[in-house]
Design a protein around this ligand. Sequence first.
Ligand code: F6P
Length: 343
Amino acid sequence: MRIGVLTGGGDCPGLNAVIRAIVRKGERVYGDEVVGFLDAWDGVLQRRTMPLTVESMRGTLPRGGTVLGTRRGSPFDFEDGVEQVRATMSDLGIDGIVVIGGNGSLTVASKLFTDHGIPVVGVPKTIDNDIEGTDLTFGFTTAVQIATDAIDRLHTTAESHDRVMVVEVMGREAGWIATHAGLAGGATVVLVPEHPFDIDEVCDRISRRHERGRYASIVVVAEGAEPAPGTIEVGPAEIDRYGHKVHGGIGQLIADEIGRRTGFETRPVLLGHVQRGGTPTAFDRVLSTRFGLAAIDAAHQGAWGQMVVVRGEAIATAPLTVAVGKTRQVPISLYQEASVFFA
Ligand code: F6P
């Protein structure tokens, strides 16, 4: 077979490991030719490709980012986008495309298959871990480790100065990184999009802790966390050209409020894209590799319209439609478990 591969949406540690596994099994086991499309769907529409071989993928397993480049955007942004995809596939002799992407890219892939019969297989990726249908996405444990390392470092400076540190982590609609990094890093408060927060309650918790003789606190906040209605006033969120709310700033807002209301010295820390960069954890390398192997198997089984998923220890497939329009959020039970450690 001749298989196309693209990476879409925000990058994530482990993308190269997926591509490498697709190429390895494709070339060595199935005798495939694998073609990489550059910069996601742009590469398909503009026929910008690179050959992917075992040789060219050598050394990429521990490398963050994606050798293919990535973009947001989709063929549906253009009137004749779907026809262009079809034409590229036919002219380049591509039998099917493996789409490695997050919620947006998987939704596009699902629509291309369901409404237009384009043969695609999905591989779910995002550091946010918020894709429905799979227990985990690769990149997540790397992001959690990076955030935890940062929190560990913040503890010592916070303790030296008797300060409150407010660490803003990624997570637009789900607080997976915040909850896991908060637990792993011993945070005093964790705020997630799933549960609007009351700033008075946050300040009370920190004040009670200080009354007990602990003068440093770490607050971890997911970028998509929101104040409960009627608590702090925030203006309407800006929306980007892909329809996503523009986040970044809730950490600063909370730090300002804590400082003002409690009088404790408070500093905001925005971790941002540091969480998405660099080498994947061993766990993410293994998960990415297993996803890549399963994706090329799925293509050979003609399992178009499916995505690879992990359930417990097992790698399986699920229809792409399972992920469309949904966000897998942190269950209340996990948040409650974690909250035993909050001040
Ligand atoms: O990949 C998901 C994500 O990391 C979100 O948590 C974050 O809001 C967003 O990407 C940032 O995207 P961009 O790279 O476009 O700023």
